[in-house]
Write a protein that binds this ligand. Structure first.
Ligand SMILES: NC(=O)c1ccc[n+]([C@@H]2O[C@H](COP(=O)([O-])OP(=O)(O)OC[C@H]3O[C@@H](n4cnc5c(N)ncnc54)[C@H](O)[C@@H]3O)[C@@H](O)[C@H]2O)c1
Ligand SMILES: [Zn+2]
Length: 386
């Protein structure tokens, strides 16, 4: 348990019905002359960009769209977008997208002076200084990137994804409007929703958990466990979608105050080497890691049961409550039809040792896991999902 706590979060958050209407007010209050809108082609073709663009035009603010961005970009792709931002002469950053877009926008906000590069930030994240205000409009629910001081980039040379953490990247404004996730394809909604579930349960069971992170992690966990299925299954379930959007934001705040654990640590090489989507690799690892953690996290899981089960409480012992929680998570992953193993991603069993080596290098997150993860433990967890 930490004895010193720190809670960072965006300055102003707008949520609920017609939350996007606040965009004009934000731009006018900041005297914005030209807004740089970071997004990607998927968002554009889903017709989602019109919502914010209409409001930007209504505010009489000039804009430039920066959309040359693949999902889960490399650090060089982020550098190219940051350079395009600097050249654009814009004085405000708006991100309209999932974690990939938001992370790129956040990194661009601290790269805009050109005094250092992405490569420098990978070596020394604390170099970053923010020079422009940022507004995050998430379209997945989600990474929680709208709330965190983190940005994750792929480093192809190392076949790894690397997290850059710098408090200056925390957004100034966030708009959570469920209209942005209304038509999110089920497959993406499922993977990104389980990512948020991982953030909540990992932060709750993290060595870094503390009174601030617990507050956010537990509320997020309750909302996600009880609303993720309708939010993904039913395009009209706006209440459930709104709750997922709030929950993924809250889970992001929990990350900022605490930290994720072995699910995210062991997931990084799966994204870096095999390009498995972040939410999918976390979903594959969630249950094996929770089962591994169970002996030391039993009380924590039992407390989560007491808080998140709203029907009759049929489990009486901590052991039964803990088993119930793990089974609940397993059923969610199954219901959402997310692959349960790496088979369909063509990961050969011969790669096991490389995976163990790369996973064990993510010491920043492994250190947060309440049960120590040895190379033998990592090997056994990866073996279960191969
Ligand atoms: N910064 C953080 O704290 C943090 C936390 C977790 C994950 N991440 C990172 O975020 C990235 C993943 O982000 P993501 O899971 O949100 O996905 P994403 O941003 O990579 O988007 C995935 C795909 O979904 C499409 N898409 C997004 N929203 C849509 C919508 N509403 N309708 C239709 N299509 C839509 C995009 O166009 C893209 O093709 C990874 O790089 C991951 O490492 C960051
Ligand atoms: Zn995540």
């Amino acid at each position: 348990m930490l004895t010193k706590y720190n809670l960072k979060m965006p300055r102003e958050i707008f949520s609920g019905e017609d939350a996007l209407e606040n965009l004009k007010t934000i731009l006018l209050a900041n005297g914005v002359k030209k807004a740089a809108v970071f997004t990607d082609k998927g968002i554009q073709s889903a017709g989602l960009l019109d919502f914010p663009m209409d409001r930007i035009r209504a505010a009489g603010v000039e804009s430039v769209i920066l959309d040359d961005l693949p999902p889960e970009p490399t650090y060089s792709q982020v550098q190219a977008l940051a350079d395009a931002y600097t050249a654009s002469g814009a004085d405000f950053i708006i991100a309209v997208g999932g974690g990939s877009v938001m992370d790129t926008a956040k990194l661009s906000s601290i790269l805009s002076t050109g005094e250092y590069t992405m490569q420098d930030l990978l070596d020394t994240p604390s170099l970053g200084r923010k020079h422009v205000k940022t507004l995050m409009i998430p379209t997945t629910a989600g990474t929680g990137a709208e709330a965190t001081p983190n940005a994750i980039v792929a480093v192809p040379e190392k076949e790894l994804k690397v997290g850059i953490v710098n408090g200056q990247m925390v957004a100034d404004y966030v708009i959570l409007d469920a209209v942005m996730i209304k038509k999110l394809p089920r497959k993406i909604a499922a993977a990104t929703g389980v990512d948020a579930l991982c953030h909540a349960i990992e932060c709750w069971t993290s060595n870094k958990s503390n009174p601030f992170s617990d507050l956010f992690a537990m509320e997020a966990l309750d909302l996600i466990l009880n609303h993720i299925e309708p939010a993904c299954d039913d395009s009209e379930a706006m209440d459930a979608k709104n709750k997922m959007q709030i929950a993924s934001f809250l889970a992001g705040v929990a990350i900022a105050a605490s930290g994720t654990t072995a699910v995210h640590a062991l997931s990084y090489p799966l994204g870096g080497k095999y390009h498995i989507a972040h939410g999918v690799s976390n979903a594959i690892l969630l249950v094996p890691v929770m089962k591994f953690n169970e002996p030391v996290c039993r009380e924590k899981f039992a407390q989560a049961y007491d808080r998140c089960v709203h029907g009759a409480h049929t489990c009486e012992t901590a052991e039964k409550k803990s088993a119930y929680m793990i089974q609940w998570m397993e059923e969610i992953v199954k219901h959402l039809e997310i692959p349960a193993s790496l088979k369909e991603f063509g990961v050969p069993t011969e790669d096991l040792e490389d995976l163990v080596k790369s996973g064990m290098e993510v010491t920043r997150l492994l250190a947060n896991n309440m049960r120590e993860v040895t190379p033998d433990d990592a090997r056994s967890i990866y073996w279960q999902i191969l």
